[in-house]
Design a protein around this ligand. Structure first.
Ligand code: ZN
Length: 247
């Protein structure tokens, strides 16, 4: 193995450890995000429902006011009824009063309807509040776990990052760029060993993706300090000393 590949190999070892910590952290971070989203949705729902209650309350208040004014009008009609001079006047007032009463009844039932709607929305608000409580607790718990994870791994991450810098120092910028690009793509796994398909035959594959690797590439890898990328997965190929050609 050439010098460059050896340096990349050391870098790969550090990178994989960093990637492992990162992937564990990502899982914990995603859990926090899920709870945060749920909590936000619950808050939005409560806001929506509270606004609906307010709107229905305003409508109900207006209807209640109308009921009161109509009731006052019925009282006036009743007084007029008592003072009616003729039968005709009496029956006219009675008819008007009955209409007023019937209308009032209709509006009263509308008030009751609004009241029931408000009650049912308030019930839903109480339900969402319960859910919100659970999400808040779950969020605190996931955040705590993430913070504990960071606390546990901070030192190690700092150490690995420093070590990565040291490993990078001997590698050409363009090679490093290739490495970083592939590493980002394959969760830190920027390199793939060339595997032998059959112990007695010179058939080789990239163990990262199983693409066939030509004997020519294997020869280059064994004789020159040159990097070769797998044409399929882009990983930097290398051969282990055990993968010796059979010929
Ligand atoms: Zn490959």
């Amino acid at each position: 193995m050439g010098e460059t590949l050896e340096a990349l190999h050391r870098l790969q070892a550090v990178e994989l450890q960093i990637a492992e910590i990162r992937s564990q952290r990502d899982i914990k971070f995603r859990r926090v995000e899920v709870q945060r989203r749920r909590l936000q949705q619950a808050n939005e729902r409560i806001e929506e429902l509270t606004a609906a209650v307010r709107r229905k309350q305003v409508a109900m208040d207006a209807l209640s006011l109308e009921v009161s004014s109509r009731e006052a009008s019925v009282v006036k009609h009743r007084e007029a009824l008592n003072n009616a001079k003729t039968n005709k006047e009496y029956s006219t007032i009675l008819a008007a009063m009955n209409t007023e009463k019937a209308d009032t009844g209709k509006i009263e039932s509308q008030v009751l309807e609004r009241m029931e709607e408000i009650q049912s929305i308030n019930k839903e608000i109480a339900q969402v509040e319960e859910e919100k409580k659970a999400y808040t607790e779950a969020l605190a718990e996931t955040e705590e776990k993430l913070a504990a994870f960071d606390k546990r791994n901070n030192k190690e991450t700092t150490r690995l990052t420093a070590e990565r810098k040291v490993c990078e120092s001997g590698i050409a910028p363009t090679t490093l760029l290739s490495f970083n690009r592939v590493a980002a793509h394959h969760e830190g796994e920027a390199m793939a060993v060339v595997g032998k398909v059959h112990p007695k035959r010179d058939d080789y594959v990239c163990t990262g993706c199983n693409l066939k690797i030509s004997l020519e590439i294997v020869n280059i890898l064994q004789s020159r300090d040159e990097i070769q990328l797998c044409k399929c997965c882009g990983r930097i190929l290398f051969v282990e000393s055990s993968v010796a050609k059979s010929s």
